[in-house]
Design a protein around this ligand. Structure first.
Ligand code: FES
Ligand SMILES: [Fe+2]
Length: 409
């Protein structure tokens, strides 16, 4: 099923490429500039979007072994992810039930975690197994003091968690079948090569850039090049969008000697998966996935964006994941060069521009910003942000039950 859908998308891209056309949005859309600068709206988005919707918190290959764990902070919520003995993932509030001290920091491997304050001990499935000096402490029901659990879902080699323990929104529904397509990457067998975190501008300013090819040959003329394509067609699955260039050609990467493939001349069965997943895959509200081939090896950069403490701040963790672990010195060096190049592109071009843009918007003298008919990704993204920010919990469930039913049709 997923291959059929991917082939269908590719055929549409090829047809548009052959005709030198693209799909346009119906109209130019205007967004109030205050959507990027308003402090109260920023706080509301953190609550209604980031603390209420499923977030892609880690690629599976970041926690490959039983006992692996990672602690992270998202919009003020301390999250602990663990890989359990049976291979499943646990997601917990990273706070000891004694007096709230975070149990773990950073990453590591441990099947039991002891709180560094008074020594209470938990299994990595959240069970409280030991109260330090229990006779002195006094009787409590241990079973009632296990770590608070968050809804968690692993699919397509990616891990989602919802930072609301009471959430009734099914994570699979939220994904609207999109994870079935992401599955084509085969991320569950990939390796985490490297990662880093970058500071960026307002989270929506930063995310706009991931949904936009229009800027590529201009802002990135010194890195990607001035003849880079600037058109994208968009495929939406609920709020999640893939963008890809309408073209009848694709590059077959084979080390030193890249070849052009004529996709029109290939049968559906001949289309390789690399071609079928071309472009940028965004996962609402904060992920972008794009393929790269440093040194001829297949890799992808997964960018994971979170709002910062203030309206003009965000931070992005870039994960460089690779289909095969590079083993020899040359491949390792080439993979580092590819990843370092992407740091420059994002930090010195996208985010530097985003920060200047944000400072200018803070003047309050521009009423609105525009998204053209060729920028449907940004239009759709902002519509979803507004809709989901304002939806009640019950409406949220209905919205995604409807989207999922449509996707299944
Ligand atoms: S806060 Fe964890 S043992 Fe006291
Ligand atoms: Fe960019």
């Amino acid at each position: 099923m997923s291959r059929e859908q991917l082939v269908e998308m590719t055929r549409s891209l090829v047809a548009h490429g052959a005709a030198d056309t693209m799909e346009y949005a119906d109209e130019v859309v205007r967004i109030p500039a205050s959507a990027y600068t308003d402090d109260a709206l920023f706080d509301l988005e953190k609550r209604q979007i980031f603390r209420r919707l499923p977030l892609m918190v880690a690629p599976s290959c970041e926690l490959p072994e039983p006992g692996d764990y990672k602690a992270m902070d998202i919009c003020g919520v301390p999250l602990l992810l663990t890989r359990l003995k049976d291979g499943s993932v646990g997601a917990f509030l990273n706070m000891c039930k004694h007096r709230g001290n975070p149990l773990a920091e950073g990453t590591g491997n441990a099947t039991r975690l002891m709180c560094g304050y008074h020594g209470w001990t938990y299994k990595n499935d959240g069970t409280l197994i030991g109260v330090a000096d229990p006779k002195d402490f006094g009787a409590i029901d241990k079973a009632a003091h296990c770590l608070t659990r968050f809804p968690v879902y692993e699919s397509a080699g990616l891990i989602w968690a919802t930072l609301d323990p009471k959430s009734e929104l099914d994570i699979a529904d939220y994904l609207c079948g999109y994870d079935g397509l992401l599955d084509a990457f085969g991320f569950e067998n990939w390796h985490l090569f490297s990662q880093r975190t970058l500071a960026g501008p307002n989270w929506k300013t930063a995310y706009d850039g991931y949904l936009d090819f229009y800027h590529l040959p201009i802002l990135h003329k010194d890195t990607f090049g001035a003849d880079f394509y600037n058109r994208a067609n968009y495929f939406a699955f609920g709020p999640h969008q893939r963008l890809s260039t309408p073209s009848k050609f694709a590059i077959k990467v084979s080390g030193d000697d890249d070849q052009q493939m004529d996709l029109e001349a290939m049968s559906d069965d001949e289309l390789p998966y690399e071609v079928l997943v071309q472009g940028v895959w965004t996962i609402f509200p904060h992920i972008s996935i794009a393929s790269f081939y440093g040194g001829g090896l297949r890799g992808a950069m997964i960018s994971q964006l979170f709002p910062g403490n203030r309206v003009g701040e965000s931070y992005t963790t870039q994960y460089y994941v690779m289909a095969e672990k590079p083993e020899d010195e040359d491949s390792i060096k080439a993979a580092h060069e590819q990843f370092d190049f992407l740091e420059i592109v994002v930090r010195d071009e996208d985010y530097k521009t985003g920060k200047r843009q944000h400072e200018a918007l803070q003047s309050g003298l521009l009423d609105e910003v525009l998204f053209g008919r060729n920028e449907r990704g940004g239009q759709v993204f902002h519509q979803w942000v507004e809709k989901l920010t304002n939806a009640s919990n019950a409406e949220l469930k209905d919205i995604f039950a409807r989207e999922m039913a449509q996707a299944a049709e």
